[in-house]
Design a binder for this molecule. Structure first.
Ligand SMILES: [Zn+2]
Length: 412
């Protein structure tokens, strides 16, 4: 325990010195994980670590550096850049991470800031970085987004380890995953109306479809996929996850959430080839399993989704391959419009000349205005793996981005 305390203090000092005197508990904990700290220990010593961080943060920079000189031999020398937080359990050459924009529009600064941190980890440790275009909702696709995201990914996230995937090209993977879940009795096809199902959920009662056996479910699943006369119509059937705690799960978001549905809207890329579309949690879990994702950094508003995906892994018996997940706080950029739908309307209405209009916060525009990818990487690195929300206005944001853009510090 004494050793751990000392080590925690050394890391807190190191972290504080590279962040203007303010260490973050999360970074210290991550660093300790890399030193072999166990989850249970982290839970037990969590309070002590926070206390150490508070003590360190109350010191002046001079006091911090003096004390760090005495303790620095306790911490392992790490390679790579100063500033990027430690990534728990990362193995050299084997870090697989992703960034998953939706096909509803091209990249804007929000994408650049969230995607860059994962990119930097893969760049530092080596491995694969997937940009996965999420387009399994046929109703929410901007056709030009595919080309723009691909082009901008190559600019923003350069390197041989960059791979671009389009979800709708990978439907077999989602169907296979759905069928595995059905076989393991971890999913069922529900034909209750949404209103009826909501009533069951509120009363915490099971819907009658929940007790169907494997064969009955297989029949229903076929009727979802089938294009024949007996097929289910749009809205008539949904594939649901069979939550282990059933409809009494403490978290209502876990109560037999939907995995796939029928949507007959013509898909921009796939036309009429598919009628059953996976919903986000099925598609994401199936993809992460398929590419053997090792680490995920995502917005903290996706915490429930992360838990749903974890349960899919568990139901498939894949506990040992669960990726490490870190959460990022929300960056709220005041007076900046980041909705692609809104931007698109304004472009079509003639308010802006195109996606690269200098007034727009898109990557196409910022690239044209002379910003380099490194400016976004540095920005993301500065924010780090923090769950705190940040509010910034346009002026503040661009002041920082301009500083980073001029900064000569080079990425290896
Ligand atoms: Zn039902």
């Amino acid at each position: 325990m004494k050793d751990l305390e000392k080590k925690a203090r050394a890391y807190a000092l190191k972290n504080a010195l590279s962040h203007e005197g303010k260490a973050q508990t999360g970074s210290v904990v991550s660093a300790l994980f890399n030193e072999g700290l166990k989850q249970e220990e982290a839970r037990r010593f969590g309070k002590d670590i926070s206390k150490i961080v508070r003590e360190v943060n109350s010191l002046t920079l001079i006091e911090q550096s003096k004390e760090f000189e005495q303790l620095k031999s306790l911490i392992s020398e790490r390679h790579g850049r100063e500033g990027l937080p430690e990534l728990p359990g990362a193995k050299k050459g084997k870090v697989i991470m992703r960034f998953a924009p939706s096909a509803s529009g091209p990249f804007h600064i929000g994408h650049a800031l969230t995607g860059s941190l994962s990119y930097l980890f893969v760049r530092e440790y080596g491995g694969k970085f997937y940009v996965r275009i999420e387009d399994t909702n046929p109703e929410n696709i901007y056709p030009k987004a595919y080309g723009m995201i691909e082009k901008e990914s190559k600019w923003l996230f350069p390197g041989k380890f960059l791979k671009i995937l389009v979800q709708s090209d990978r439907m077999k993977i989602y169907y296979d995953c759905a069928e595995k879940l059905l076989k393991k009795e971890a999913a069922y096809v529900c034909t209750c109306s949404p209103e009826k199902f909501r009533e069951f959920a509120e009363k915490q009662e099971n819907c009658p479809c929940r007790k169907l056996n494997v064969n009955e479910n297989r029949e229903r699943w076929k009727k979802m996929l089938s294009k024949g006369k007996n097929a289910f119509k749009e809205g008539e059937a949904v594939l649901r996850f069979k939550s282990p705690n059933g409809m009494k799960d403490k978290n209502p978001a876990m109560r037999d959430f939907p995995l796939a549905r029928i949507n007959l809207t013509r898909h921009v890329r796939q036309g009429k080839r598919y009628r059953v579309w996976p919903l986000m949690n099925l598609a994401v879990a199936a993809d992460d399993i398929d590419v053997k994702m090792t680490h995920i950094i995502r917005a903290k508003d996706h915490r429930d989704n992360a838990e749903r995906q974890r349960r899919i892994y568990m139901a498939l018996g894949l506990k040992s391959t669960l990726p490490w997940t870190g959460f990022l706080g929300r960056i709220h950029l005041k007076d900046m419009e980041l909705s692609s739908t809104k931007m698109r309307k304004d472009i079509e209405g003639g308010k802006y000349s195109g996606w690269d209009d200098p007034m727009l916060p898109t990557i196409a525009s910022l690239k044209k205005r002379g910003y380099k990818p490194e400016a976004f990487w540095k920005f993301a690195e500065r924010i780090g793996l923090s769950e705190n929300d940040k509010v910034m206005d346009r002026e503040e944001f661009f002041k920082l981005l301009d500083d980073f853009n001029r900064d000569k510090k080079i990425f290896k």
